[in-house]
Design a protein around this ligand. Structure first.
Ligand SMILES: [Cu+2]
Length: 176
């Protein structure tokens, strides 16, 4: 991890020192705000972008191109696909806001992973067919909820304590 600092001494050096001095004074209110703002941004990207993509794939596509509504014929496959379609705009937004690939892939794994777990549970009968459709009808809700869980595992990052909160990496990269 510290290898990058050795590779680019001048940029990483100022980045680290600036981050340390800035985050040392982050109060609780500021940390809560960092967390809430990051969450609301991701949730908005996920719900707006995801509903658009899901409508294209599950409603506009079948109507215009004539392929069957996957939600009716293959609800399990449809749920995983829906989770992917909700995750893509969220992940894109995280990258746009300067988040590293690590937390981006991790959160994407949490949302898509949850869908896979639900489909697996329906495969062994724990989740009923109507339950599966309820998950499909819940739109971006379940994926927004599981994002909070993923964020709780990386509190220092999402509260801004590590100095790598959204926007910072991008900013320092362009500073040189
Ligand atoms: Cu995210």
């Amino acid at each position: 991890m510290d290898g990058t600092r050795v590779a680019t001494p001048s940029r990483a050096g100022t980045d680290t020192s600036a981050a340390t001095s800035a985050t040392a004074h982050l109060g609780v209110g500021s940390q809560v705000w960092h967390f809430a703002r990051h969450y609301l941004e991701m949730c908005a990207a996920m719900c707006i972008g995801g509903v658009l993509l899901n409508t294209l794939v599950f409603v506009v596509g079948p109507a215009q191109l004539g392929y069957p509504d996957l939600r009716q014929h293959y609800p399990g496959l449809a749920l995983v696909l829906a989770a992917v379609l909700f995750t893509l705009p969220m992940a894109a937004w995280m990258r746009i806001r300067g988040m590293a690939w690590g937390p981006t892939v991790e959160m994407s794994g949490a949302t898509v992973g949850l869908a896979i777990v639900v489909v697996a549970l329906s495969g062994v009968g724990v989740v009923s067919a109507s339950g599966l459709h309820a998950w499909l009808n819940a739109s971006c809700g379940p994926w927004c909820v599981v994002m909070i869980v993923a964020m709780l595992f990386r509190l220092p990052l999402y509260t801004g304590r590590t100095g790598h909160q959204m926007g910072d990496r991008r900013h320092t990269t362009h500073a040189t």
